[in-house]
Design a protein. Structure first.
Length: 166
């Protein structure tokens, strides 16, 4: 049995597809997935709607970076709204340092974590790149297989044993 859990280099379906058969069933720790149940307060879209819109407009498969990038805008707009004068840099910095808001990736909280009032951490889920069904538009899909950090994210299926050809 071989086990691999790529980090940044395995976060995109394009990278997994490049691995061919070796890419199927690899597990990745993900900050966002189309299954996330949260809505972007900026766009009002949930993760599924964002995914469908992106894939329809671009013709390309969504990556987990999309959610993280949207969350930056979600949190940034929340900080601007929480600041009486958003042009006041000190007041804006103070708003960011105490910001707690829900984004498309879930809760972003600058009040907790390893460096309170300096950085915010988000929750991760375990995902697995699985073969899609015949006739699907893409070769792989990133399925949530572990959600202990964020039980609000639904599990997509059970883990498929690595490299079984399933």
């Amino acid at each position: 049995m071989k086990i691999a859990q790529p980090a940044k280099a395995g976060s995109s379906p394009t990278e997994i597809n490049a691995l061919g058969q070796l890419g199927f069933n690899l597990c990745v720790c993900s900050p966002w997935n189309p299954a996330f149940p949260y809505k972007s307060p900026v766009t009002g879209m949930n993760s599924k709607e964002m995914t469908e819109g992106y894939e329809k407009a671009s013709g390309r498969q969504v990556t987990q970076q999309m959610g993280s990038s949207m969350a930056v805008f979600d949190a940034g707009i929340a900080a601007l709204k929480a600041t009486p004068n958003p042009l006041d840099k000190a007041a804006l910095a103070k708003s960011i340092s105490t910001l707690k808001t829900t984004t498309v990736v879930g809760e972003v909280d600058f009040n907790t974590g390893p460096m309170p009032h300096v950085i915010a951490t988000t929750r991760f889920v375990g995902t697995q790149y699985q073969k899609t069904k015949p006739g699907s538009k893409f070769k792989v899909e990133q399925v949530v297989i572990e959600n202990s950090e964020d039980p609000n994210v639904p599990l997509g299926s059970n883990i498929i044993p690595y490299n079984t050809g399933a």
